[in-house]
Design a protein around this ligand. Structure first.
Ligand code: ATP
Ligand code: MG
Length: 463
């Protein structure tokens, strides 16, 4: 290739984002929090493949849903012609796997998942072509207690994440017979008002009239508002279920509003449906959505099994967390190791391993194209790392068998006082680990009060 020929760079697929290291701590905080909340309710993690048979979604979600009609990444396996799809959601996959492995054979199961989903949508804020969902699926429970539990679990998560501006909307879409009656009346009503329907609504009139209620077309709002309401068609059992759910939520002080217009995009839902919405993210305001899907097991050829679940969009929740502002992110490391000279470098490596043995996170300064750099350049790196301490080994330290330990953090009010410069202590190499661990444990106790941690082996540090 000739030297002056410019090599074109390859860029990523539109709507599919790289998650960069700067954002990793926020993802980690979210994922750790959601995992521990799910665990506290007894949910077990499932990991299903990203690729599933196209038929799974076509049958499970319904042929005339947004997802199946126009959002799926589907392709043929070039080896054998199988029709495959990158999963646009994970409820269908979880139910397929539950059937395949007989998971509910010995009783109901509480399950959860976390992973990427793929939908061919117009990329915009809060709407991507690869995005990530955490979801929970409670299989084999009749509810409404489990419906309430799933909702309360979400509320606990928002609380733990410090998210205040998320509100709950609730509806019941009844069972199949109730929906059919409502559907017939709805079609009749829309036919009577056909002159007011837009092209999309006309197309959906007979295939999926419920979705017309979901229209964003302002010209149709008034007509849609007057349409027959599904809530008025609920029979006694569905009504009791819905009342039961509302009672548990009230008993547990979970605020909600009943939104009779709330319908979900997938065909498999029945009875309880809910959405957690916020006004802080523009038009992509739904951060979590779910409901009951008692028919899905049968649709897939399994024994009828009641089920309820939700999925939350991680990207939207991270945006909310950023907007809330007061998230405490962990730092990259506790100690940054600075060294000058080859003897110092070997000692620094030894010290690094010992500090890690003691449970600390340690970054060792390593050479880049520019070499290891001066002390000053290395200290700059140490500062940028957010480490609590820099441990410094140079010629002097090698000669005297010591390590210089410098505290990198001065709290705001300490920093304001002239006499409180960042401290640097000369410590014998052999006692450096103990010294640093004590400093860090001491710091975290001072911050949290002495009773914050009873386990002497557990060093946890919040900077
Ligand atoms: P919307 O009405 O916003 O298209 P949806 O009904 O298609 O949402 P669900 O399939 O219920 O969404 O997915 C649950 C959650 O996953 C959504 O509430 C949202 O937070 C998130 N989500 C869905 N699609 C996307 C996407 N393309 N990009 C980012 N997040 C998404
Ligand atoms: Mg959608």
């Amino acid at each position: 290739m000739s030297d002056n020929k410019k090599i074109e760079k390859i860029v990523g697929v539109k709507g599919m984002n790289d998650i960069l290291p700067d954002d990793a701590p926020l993802w980690e905080l979210f994922e750790n929090t959601v995992q521990s909340v799910l665990k506290s309710y007894g949910y077990q993690q499932m990991r299903t493949p990203i690729v599933e048979p196209t038929q799974l979604f076509a049958r499970g979600l319904g042929e005339v849903t947004d997802i199946v009609e126009k959002e799926m990444y589907s392709f043929e396996d070039s080896m054998n012609g199988d029709k495959l799809t990158l999963r646009p959601e994970n409820t269908a996959g979880i139910v397929r796997a539950a059937l395949e492995h007989n998971l509910v054979y010995d009783g109901p199961k509480r399950l959860w998942y976390n992973g990427p989903m793929f939908r061919h949508e117009k990329p915009q804020r809060g709407r991507y072509r690869q995005f990530h969902q955490v979801g929970a699926e409670a299989l084999g429970f009749t509810g409404p207690d489990i419906d309430a539990e799933l909702i309360m679990l979400c509320q606990r998560l928002w609380d733990d994440l410090g998210l205040q501006n998320v509100r709950l909307e609730l509806n019941s879409i009844g069972d199949a017979a109730e929906r059919n009656q409502h559907r017939a009346d709805l079609i009749a009503y829309f036919e009577k008002n056909e002159h007011l329907l837009d092209a999309e609504a006309k197309r959906r009139l007979h295939s999926n009239p419920l979705r017309i209620l979901d229209t964003k077309n302002p010209a149709m709002q008034e007509m849609v508002n007057q349409a027959p309401k599904l809530l008025d068609y609920l029979g006694e059992e569905s009504r009791n279920h819905f009342e039961g759910l509302q009672k548990i939520l009230r008993d547990n002080s979970i605020p909600f509003t009943v939104n009779p217009r709330l319908v979900r995009g997938m065909d498999y839902y029945n009875r309880s449906v809910f959405e957690w919405v916020t006004d802080e993210l523009g038009s992509q305001g739904t951060v979590c959505a779910g409901g009951r899907y008692d028919a899905l097991f049968s649709i897939f050829g399994g024994k009828p099994t009641p089920a309820c679940g939700f999925a939350m969009g991680i990207e939207r929740l991270l945006e909310l967390m950023k907007a809330a502002g007061d998230v405490q992110l962990p730092n990259l490391c506790d100690v940054y190791l600075v060294h000058q000279g080859s003897a110092a470098q070997s000692q620094a490596m030894v010290l690094g391993e010992r500090l890690r043995d003691a449970g600390l996170d340690v970054v060792l300064h390593c050479a880049s194209a520019a070499g290891v750099g001066s002390f000053k350049a290395q200290m700059k790196r140490a500062d940028a790392s957010g480490a609590a301490f820099a441990a410094i080994i140079g010629e002097d330290e090698i000669a005297t068998g010591t390590v210089a330990v410098k505290s990198m953090r001065i709290s705001a009010d300490e920093g304001a006082r002239e006499d409180k410069k960042p401290q640097q202590m000369q410590v014998a190499f052999e006692s450096a680990v103990e010294f640093i661990v004590n400093q860090i444990v001491g710091d975290s106790h001072a911050e949290h009060g002495d009773d914050c941690c009873d386990d002497p082996n557990h060093i946890h540090i919040h900077h």
